[in-house]
Design a protein around this ligand. Structure first.
Ligand SMILES: [Zn+2]
Length: 407
């Protein structure tokens, strides 16, 4: 287990930031560095069928060591980090035996990680916490997941007395830009089900995500000299403004939680003649989700009555709630729950207010709940991970392998 932290540090020191503007896979050339390193490492620890494809997806097999039929399970993590914050020259700090006080990340820049703002820190009193130096993100999302999976596989290889079925491992690029699952070869992976190790706090177990769509609304206007515009000018900006004001006022991210859905206006660009509004639609409930898309179409229709077809809308589904695909095979959640409880971890099961690679993979035929990887405050300089959570997540992987072979 001491290799776990070493591994994690090696991975986070390799910059793998992804780029939403890029059309290639991986979206950035530098992601190859870690992908190739991981493929080599998997080989070194004794994994079989190690492959790395033309899109940098890494896969490997730990063969079954029992002579009876056991389902093939998989563990998946992503090696890119968020485009939201720099992942270059990550310089991890170790806070040993954390006493619950403020952690100064960067004295010069006065950057402090404080439990008065990030209360979760207090869960880890007495533990060792790995933080940033305040200038980069940490990359626990999701290099913690990778370190845990590799270490768990190595542990199983070194302890052949632990019985397990065939286990597949998959590492993907570009999860942070929503494309981690896009080119994932589910058939080649060949698992009956899998888990993404990409959650946050210790105990998290998620099998319910949003249904998600993106809408682009186009407003057409007519530009005329403002001094002579009476009854002639049509200002597309003002119609767009009307559109936004007709959306349900309180159904926005900052006013909703739990299973409440929302409309989220993300971007507005325009001038007199042309304005475009972009928004995303989110809801856990499929029916309410469909209704939300209808609401947008109705508002557009309403506006077109007074503005002579000046408004058009494009709505595109992005991903769906994986619950639909996981409920029929619910034992895969129960096994993970049991694996945690046996280790003294209280499972925290709640709907994700977002999506994971697992949502997409579940609809591609690989049911895929999400398990904690241990980190907090992803995508920024306050990201941290307790060493004990890294260890527990690794043990959860080993325990799931054990339990599945018992059934
Ligand atoms: Zn992640």
């Amino acid at each position: 287990m001491q290799k776990l932290v070493e591994r994690f540090i090696t991975y986070i020191k390799t910059d793998t930031q992804s780029d939403p503007e890029s059309q290639t896979t991986p979206s950035t050339e530098k992601q190859w560095n870690l992908a190739r390193f991981l493929a080599e490492e998997l080989q070194q620890i004794g994994m079989e069928e190690v492959t790395i494809d033309e899109n940098s997806y890494v896969m490997a097999t730990l063969p079954s060591n029992v002579d009876y039929e056991v389902p093939t399970i998989g563990f998946i993590a992503h090696f890119d980090t968020s485009p939201d914050f720099s992942g270059e020259n990550v310089n991890p700090q170790f806070i040993e035996n954390y006493d619950g006080s403020d952690i100064v990340l960067n004295k010069e820049k006065n950057i402090v990680l404080s439990p008065s703002y990030f209360e979760d820190l207090l869960l880890y009193k007495g533990q060792t916490i790995i933080t940033t130096d305040g200038t980069t993100l940490l990359g626990a999302d999701d290099k913690a997941g990778i370190a845990e999976i590799v270490t768990a596989m190595e542990y199983l290889i070194q302890h052949p007395e632990i019985k397990h079925g065939k286990i597949r491992v998959g590492f993907t690029p570009d999860e942070e830009i929503g494309r981690g699952a896009h080119k994932f070869d589910v058939e080649k992976f060949g698992a009956d089900w899998a888990y993404t190790m990409d959650g946050s706090q210790i105990g998290e177990l998620e099998y319910e995500s949003f249904n998600a769509a993106m809408a682009k609304v186009y407003f057409k206007g007519k530009s005329v000299h403002p001094g002579y515009a009476k009854n002639k000018m049509v200002n597309s900006l003002l119609i767009a403004n009307k559109f936004i004001s007709m959306l349900p006022e309180n159904e926005i991210p900052q006013e909703t939680s739990g299973r409440e859905g929302f409309f989220h206006v993300m971007d507005i660009t325009g001038d007199i003649e042309n304005t475009t509004v972009q928004l995303i639609i989110r809801d856990h409930d499929r029916q309410l989700f469909e209704k939300r898309k209808e609401t947008i179409k109705q508002i557009v229709e309403e506006l077109n009555k007074t503005h002579k077809d000046a408004v058009t809308v494009e709505i595109k589904d992005q991903y769906f709630n994986m619950r639909e695909k996981i409920e029929p095979v619910f034992h895969i959640v129960e096994v993970a729950e049991k694996a945690m409880k046996e280790l003294g971890i209280t499972p925290i099961i709640k709907p994700i207010r977002g999506g994971t690679d697992g949502s997409q993979l579940s609809f591609m035929g690989l049911p895929c709940p999400n398990i904690f990887a241990g980190g907090h405050n992803f995508h920024g300089k306050f990201e941290y991970v307790p060493v004990e959570s890294l260890e527990k997540a690794t043990q959860v992987i080993v325990n799931i392998a054990k339990l599945v072979a018992k059934k």
